[in-house]
Design a protein around this ligand. Structure first.
Ligand code: DX5
Ligand code: ZN
Length: 216
């Protein structure tokens, strides 16, 4: 199980202190990039990623919640993103998603595709051989601190089954409303990477990450 704390809940007034703990305990760092259009919230730009990149060798996992990922992705690739995940709903079209995945591949970066809670996994199945990560949103994207939507569990199971049946290798990542209890359910269902924001940063960061790692 990989644990990816979501930087959306990071306390920037305690940058060094929190960074040190994350460097020791986290597996990935998850960055929620929001443009105020695709989602009703605005987060941060590439300069933030530069600051983290200069202070960590952790895998930087960038989740783009933006209308124009073609314009935004290169900015984060230049500043040290290790993966770029974009939303199927930006295009709502398999061929357009496939084309964008091809473009991302030319940067030699890991590529992820994400679906919102109301989007069926069915619509991305043709794309699954071409991605490294599938990010299942278990809350409506936009804000931290929302309650986990249990329908996500069926999506995780379906993605795991599909991966086994087709001998694929993408990681299944789950994002939104993760805490000790929901972590057990998503791990049971087949999740590989747990994103957690408020649960980690509102508690003791080190202990919470370690307890999530032990979830089986
Ligand atoms: C929501 C973001 C999440 C968010 C998760 O749009 O994609 O990554 O930070 O926050 P919690 O863990 O608080 O639900
Ligand atoms: Zn996210």
């Amino acid at each position: 199980m990989l644990i990816a704390p979501s930087v959306l809940s990071f306390d920037y007034t305690r940058f060094e202190e929190q960074m040190e703990i994350l460097n020791e305990h986290a597996d990935w760092l998850h960055f929620d990039v929001m443009d105020g259009h695709f989602v009703p919230n605005l987060s941060f730009g590439p300069a933030i990623l530069t600051a983290f990149r200069q202070n960590t060798s952790l895998f930087l996992d960038v989740h783009l919640m933006v209308d124009d990922p073609e314009k935004i992705a290169p900015l984060f690739l230049k500043t040290g993103a290790d993966s770029i995940t974009f939303h199927y709903e930006v295009y709502n079209d398999t061929e357009a998603c496939r084309e964008f995945i091809r473009k991302l591949r030319s940067y030699f970066v890991r590529v992820g595709i994400s679906v919102k809670p109301k989007t069926d996994v069915e619509v991305i199945k043709e794309l699954l051989p071409y991605v490294d990560i599938v990010l299942v949103m278990s809350v409506e994207p936009g804000f931290g601190g929302q309650a986990f939507l249990p329908d996500s569990l069926d999506k995780i199971r379906e993605l795991k089954e599909y991966r086994d049946e087709h001998d694929l290798s993408y990681l299944i990542e789950v994002d939104g409303g993760i805490n000790e209890e929901t972590a057990h359910s998503v791990v049971d269902a087949g999740c590989d990477v747990l994103v957690a924001g408020s649960y980690i940063f509102k508690n003791d960061i080190a202990d919470t990450i370690e307890s999530l790692k032990k979830v089986r």
